[in-house]
Ligand binder design. Structure first.
Ligand code: THU
Length: 157
């Protein structure tokens, strides 16, 4: 028997430290929170995905009176991105959220397990790491890949 561990590398950054491209993506994820349809949780999430064709696709969480029928911002964005540009590879996703008071969350939120799995599919298809930017009001986390967010992922059968 041997002890081992999974280490998740990420950077903690301020908005001003980001590249112009990353700042634009964060801006669009923040704006997308305003298009959230979340009458049940009042928790507004936005996502923006940069594709290798230069397009940026955004999404926001879409809730439903039958709660499980709703979808997170990340899956709204990634399904729409791949349905619209099936040949394009994902490059970076930025995620932002506003709490029930309407203020941006102080600490970044991280995608749920289902969204990590869905995003991993497109990272696998892309054949290259998809960077992840988790956005809080003052602090951002930069992860090098979706895979780094989902250790022991199920990727093939
Ligand atoms: N939600 C997202 O859209 N993305 C996440 O990463 C976490 C949660 C949504 C789902 C639901 O509409 C609301 O936030 C509260 O869970």
């Amino acid at each position: 028997m041997k002890d081992t561990e999974v280490i998740i590398p990420f950077k903690i950054a301020a908005y001003d430290e980001l590249s112009d491209t990353d700042r634009q993506l964060v801006d669009l994820a923040r704006q997308a929170t305003h298009r959230s349809y979340s009458p049940y949780s009042h928790f507004r999430v936005g996502a923006a995905i940069l594709l290798d064709n230069g397009e940026i696709v955004t999404g926001a969480n879409q809730e439903n009176v039958a709660y499980p029928s709703g979808t997170c911002a990340e899956r709204t964005a990634c399904f729409y991105a791949h349905a619209t540009y099936p040949q394009a590879k994902f490059v970076t996703i930025a995620i932002a959220a506003r709490d029930t008071d309407g203020n941006e969350v102080t600490e970044p939120i991280a995608p749920c397990g289902a969204c990590r799995q869905a995003l991993l599919e497109y990272e696998t298809l892309a054949g290259n790491p998809v960077r992840v930017i988790l956005t809080g009001a003052t602090t951002l986390y930069l992860l090098p890949s979706v895979r780094s967010l989902l250790p022991f992922a199920f990727t093939e059968f």
